[in-house]
Design a protein around this ligand. Structure first.
Ligand code: GLC
Length: 286
């Protein structure tokens, strides 16, 4: 048994590495485990959990992407929360400044709502500077507004920093990938939507990817598809085809990726049965 109670065979990080993945993206909701007033201190208990994940990633040879997930107040009141956002990053950056370069920071998952491109382009360089105080060269992932939409990459003003990676998320066609998703209004009406990879479906993806790849080449940044996946309420044949096509399209363009996600509603791993969903695993690692 591990310190956190996981049996070795069920340690998700070890499983991910054994299967052949080379990175794990770790969604962390720092904002619900930190003081709401200065100095905005993050709970030691949360840090200890993240320490464990980083140790496991290192021990298993995985790149670990440490992000900031579900900071909802940044979306509804970005200006009011900027000071706290920066203070959280100062603490995270200080805590992990001595980690190897296989630990990567991702500044903010899916900026959306009131956090528009104009505001994000002002706040992003401040967050980057806050991290750079203690981590002068660590790779840092940044993405555009509209939930890291690939179509909004061009709105991102990239600070002059040589160690930035640009991210986007891909869930198109949304009515296919999010059919039956409980958190999306109207998603039940999309049940039964399939994806068979016909010419126009493929073209929608390759056109979007080519546009993104051109933009990053022009800006001389590596590109990372930080999330993509089809919810478990879609049929498995369509999910596997779509996932394989996306993974292949990314590889062909040197786009690194992380699948959303390990073992919940989109899961490539079935935690109840303790086994991989083979079709999805093959689709990702083909
Ligand atoms: C984003 C959201 C997450 C959701 C996923 C797919 O990562 O933060 O909650 O499950 O997208 O919709």
């Amino acid at each position: 048994m591990k310190a956190n109670g996981d049996c070795n065979s069920q340690n998700p990080i070890a499983l991910i590495a054994e299967a052949g993945f080379d990175n794990v993206r770790v969604p962390i909701r720092w904002s619900t485990h930190a003081q709401s007033t200065p100095p905005f201190q993050i709970e030691e208990k949360l840090f200890e959990r993240v320490d464990w994940v980083i140790e496991q990633a290192k021990a298993n040879g995985l790149v670990a992407v440490i992000n900031m997930h579900h900071y909802e107040e940044m979306m509804s009141d970005p200006t009011g929360h900027t000071e706290r956002f920066l203070a959280l990053w100062r603490q995270i950056a200080e805590r992990y400044k001595d980690e190897p370069e296989s630990v990567i920071f991702e500044l903010l998952n899916e900026p959306n709502g009131t956090l528009n491109a104009n505001l994000w382009n002002k706040i992003l360089p401040q967050a980057l500077a806050a991290v750079r105080e203690s981590n002068p060269t660590r790779a840092i992932i940044v993405g555009p507004v509209q939930w890291n939409s690939i179509g909004y990459l061009y709105t991102l003003q990239l600070p002059k920093d040589p160690n930035l990676i640009v991210t986007f998320h891909y869930y198109e066609p949304f009515q296919f990938t999010h059919q039956g998703a409980e958190w999306v209004n109207g998603a039940n009406a999309w049940m039964g939507t399939t994806w068979d990879g016909n010419a126009s479906q493929q073209a929608a993806i390759t056109t979007a990817f080519d546009t993104a790849a051109k933009w990053t080449a022009k800006n001389k940044r590596p590109l990372y598809m930080g999330e993509f996946g089809a919810y478990s309420k879609a049929d498995m044949a369509s999910r596997a085809l779509w996932t394989a096509f996306l993974a292949q399209a990314a590889k062909e363009r040197d786009i690194s990726f992380s699948y959303w996600e390990f073992g919940a509603g989109f899961g490539v791993y079935d935690r109840a049965a303790n086994r991989w969903n083979e079709e999805l695993l093959q689709a990702l690692l083909q």
